[in-house]
Write a protein that binds this ligand. Structure first.
Ligand SMILES: [Zn+2]
Ligand SMILES: [Zn+2]
Length: 203
């Protein structure tokens, strides 16, 4: 008996009469995989080359060609056992994670850092991967790191001291220059040339 193709095995184990998705823009019914599911609840089988593949990914590839490099197949319907290609969209794994009900999504929904500082445009550092850090905590952390370094690294301590001396010297110089300026050009108080009585007389 000839080996059955992946398409035949797929057809046998897929139930195309799954639930209608209630999510806007997700057309038709879910195609529920009735075969083996992996530990995350995604359908799993082998393609024609014998390679293990998730069923929904295989189904999408049959309809659209290879999934672009680096992308993962996201379920728009949020039904993991579904393999309806119309319910699947290749996205970056970050988008996939954000769409799912995961820790990252919970983090993105948070309005404050672990220490209770509110996330606002001014107080938030957004990293290239999209994760956020609180500027207040970041500053406190770097202050603590610097203090530790100051205590333990003699070279760093010497550099910091030299920097502090230099900035004090500049500040003293500025004050001295300002004082000299005062002496050279004493400001005479301005007295009004016109008095109220003059104005009354003119009227
Ligand atoms: Zn679906
Ligand atoms: Zn914070």
């Amino acid at each position: 008996m000839p080996r059955r193709t992946a398409a035949e095995r797929f057809a046998e184990k897929i139930n195309k009469s799954g639930p209608w998705s209630l999510i806007k823009g997700v057309p038709g019914q879910c195609w529920i995989w009735t075969g083996v599911l992996n530990e995350h609840g995604y359908g799993r089988f082998r393609d024609d080359t014998g390679r293990r593949i998730m069923t929904h990914r295989w189904a999408w590839e049959q309809a659209n060609g290879p999934v672009p490099d680096g992308l993962v197949c996201d379920h728009l319907c949020r039904v993991r056992a579904c393999a309806n290609p119309d319910h699947i969209e290749p996205v970056t794994s970050r988008v996939n994670t954000l769409r799912g009900e995961t820790i990252a999504a919970a983090n993105a929904a948070k309005t404050a850092c672990v220490n209770g500082h509110e996330y606002t445009a001014e107080t938030t550092i957004v990293r290239p991967n999209g994760s956020r850090q609180c500027r207040t905590c970041h500053r406190a952390n770097s202050r603590a790191r610097n203090a530790e370094r100051y205590a333990n690294d003699p070279e760093y301590r010497e550099r910091e001291r030299a920097r502090a001396r230099e900035s004090m010297r500049r500040s003293r110089e500025r004050k001295r220059a300002a004082a000299r300026e005062q002496q050279l050009a004493p400001v005479t108080p301005i007295t009004p040339h016109t008095t109220d009585t003059d104005l009354e007389r003119a009227a």
